[in-house]
Ligand binder design. Structure first.
Ligand code: HEC
Length: 130
């Protein structure tokens, strides 16, 4: 009986572990997850010929650029990355998106955090040759 209980407890622990791991461990895709989010949250202002604050956020290169306050993306360090700092108003960087408009959810901010923690990798596929 005791052994059965132990086995049951282990199984429960395993189920709990597996239920958790998709959000914890799975690699975040720039193209499939981060870029669509940035497109919704930021690109209405940060794109085109005269992007807000001179920051065009349409591409990975644009996100990585940054400004005089911080680099856009520091792999492994969200708190040093302008794109994450601005979401959380860290280090004297202005809060983005501006408060008067729709804000990202905690989950969406966490997605960007994890992506940077995982190395802020660019998985944009190469452009096909013409
Ligand atoms: C409604 C338009 C708008 C949206 C949407 C928007 N921004 Fe901005 N952003 C601005 C403007 C305007 C500025 C110039 C600073 C100011 O005067 O507020 C700015 C400034 C910035 C800066 C410079 C801040 C600093 O203190 O150096 C960063 C970084 C930035 N935006 C990133 C983002 C990111 C990332 C998003 C999406 C999560 C975003 N912005 C969404 C309009 C916008």
């Amino acid at each position: 009986m005791r052994l059965l209980l132990t086995v049951a407890a282990l199984q429960l622990a395993l189920v709990a572990f597996m239920a958790q791991s998709p959000t914890e461990g799975q690699p975040v895709s720039f193209v499939k997850e981060v870029q669509p989010l940035i497109n919704v949250l930021c690109v209405s202002c940060h794109a085109g010929g005269r992007p807000a604050a001179g920051l065009s956020l349409e591409t990975y290169a644009g996100l990585a650029l940054g400004n005089r306050k911080a680099k856009g993306l520091v792999p492994g360090k969200p708190n040093d990355s302008l794109i994450y700092m601005t979401l959380n108003e860290i280090g004297g960087v202005k809060k983005m998106p501006p408060r008067r408009i729709a804000q990202p959810t905690a989950k969406e901010i966490e997605l960007i955090q994890r992506w940077i923690e995982q190395g802020a990798k660019d998985d944009t596929p190469p452009k096909p040759d013409k």
